[in-house]
Write a new protein. Sequence first.
Length: 343
Amino acid sequence: MSTDAARPAEILRVEGLKKSFPVRRGFLQRTTGHVRAVDGASLALGRGKTLGLVGESGCGKSTLARMILKLLPSDGGRILFDGSDISDWPEARMKPLRRRIQIVFQDPYGSLNPRMSVGQILAEGLRTVGVRERRAASRETERLLGLVGLSARAVERYPHEFSGGQRQRIGIARALSVGPALVICDEPVSALDVSIQAQIINLLKDLQDRLGLSYLFITHDLNVVGYLCHRVAVMYRGRIVEEADAEELFANPLHPYTHTLLAAVPDIDTPRAPAPQGAPADLPEERAAPAEGCRFHPRCPQGETRCRSYDEQWVRVGEDHRVRCWKAPVWDGGGGGKKPVET
Ligand SMILES: Nc1ncnc2c1ncn2[C@@H]1O[C@H](COP(=O)(O)OP(=O)(O)OP(=O)(O)O)[C@@H](O)[C@H]1O
Ligand SMILES: [Mg+2]
């Protein structure tokens, strides 16, 4: 075991991760092409922090999450968890590590076994971390239920007896039962009523403070991002196109796609810069990804000829702010001297 001082500041780093799926058509289901679901995505998550992963439906957020969990093999790139490159770890080596990376899904009902009581669901997780003795398991179950704000009486009951918000609390308790360091939350509140959403978000925030958890928080909801996330990664067509601290991203969004996402949120109360002229509030219909250049250029209100061949290099625009758009102002490093564009 590494000491605290030796532990890397990043719990998770993903570098150039890729995944394509075959597109099959017709009666014979012939492969007619491939969809690049994740196409060289890179991101980093600090220990005890929350990284928001945002982007429209189908941009590859869940595929990226499944690859981080190693539920889906990647076609390329690296995954570093707690400083170790786990990209090529075989299943046997991954098994103990799976306890340290957990996921909370959007649909808690679909992910909870309806034939198991809450007590049984939690006992299953506890067994994998060696809590087998009945009284110890019962004590731990009670502690977990308390942590997520459920009564100890819940142990005897079944998932269908709970409301959506309560079921999500059970899903969170189940994730916590194995003592994770990183919890991937894949749209954990989008199926819930707005008032319940706030309760679950507050619960996640509270659990982070108490247990030092790190979250990769996947969401469509930029209001939630502003409230919960320390950093934000904006994903478009399988790639991260902008990454910054949440406050900075809202105040100084630079990728035209980020502007488009922000413009689609009418009631966000976090201060931010006005969108540049011409940025559409609604996203137009998806078109085929361009074979070359910036992936967003066919939809970009600020697109120029150069965008058709731009190879989407990162541009560093601030100490902790980077963007894949050549039009963004390159950071001068704070000292007046121009910093080179990153490769
Ligand atoms: N198993 C699969 N087989 C084929 N295509 C897939 C598979 N899983 C995902 N895809 C495709 O990969 C792309 C990314 O899907 P993904 O579910 O990761 O998007 P997402 O960002 O999570 O979307 P949403 O916000 O709707 O959950 C989509 O085009 C999707 O259709
Ligand atoms: Mg998804």
